[in-house]
Ligand binder design. Structure first.
Ligand code: ZN
Length: 168
């Protein structure tokens, strides 16, 4: 699959969907990564970007949309299921997202088994995660951060993180 890897983006998302990251934190993070040669001053990959992602990546950005989102592939073939009864919850997820954005919490009730779950507890295939921000390494050459990097970024951001791989 030639060039397939050039369409991988690694979204580094907080495990707590409500977590907010201030600009001060991000500035500090950028400064640290610049010093280490992971990034250059324009958020492009620095000479040591391969220390974060095997083979490196092209670009970094801090994504902070005005409302919470679900990070993950939303192209053809993705599924969202009830973690209890496997019912399809794609439509209910959209409804849940709307309510979350209106400040009504992250609860979504399954229409099949009537149980209620938080958005992050739904079963996303491929994996996806709700959140208010993400660190994005785009055009990554690998679908994983190198060992220890996720923990280190979590320490720098002050919150445990997870990696969501987005293709396309
Ligand atoms: Zn259910």
């Amino acid at each position: 699959m030639p060039h397939a890897s050039h369409r991988i983006s690694l979204f580094i998302v907080p495990r707590d969907p409500e977590h907010e990251l201030g600009e001060g934190h991000v500035a500090q993070l950028r400064e640290t990564l610049c010093k280490e040669g992971i990034l250059d001053a324009q958020d492009q990959a620095g000479e040591h970007s391969g220390r974060f992602v095997e083979g490196g990546f092209a670009r970094f950005r801090f994504d902070r949309p005005p409302w919470p989102v679900v990070y993950g592939n939303r192209l053809g073939g993705y599924r969202v299921q009830c973690p209890h009864c496997d019912a399809n919850m794609v439509t209910l997820l959209d409804l849940g997202l709307r309510r979350w954005r209106n400040g009504e919490g992250r609860g979504v009730a399954c229409e099949s088994c009537s149980r209620e779950f938080c958005i992050e507890a739904l079963r996303f295939k491929p994996p996806a995660a709700p959140g208010r921000w993400a660190l994005v390494f785009s055009r990554a050459e690998s679908s994983e951060l190198k060992s220890g990097v996720l923990e280190r970024l979590g320490f720098l951001c002050g919150v445990p993180l997870q990696t969501i791989v987005v293709r396309g």
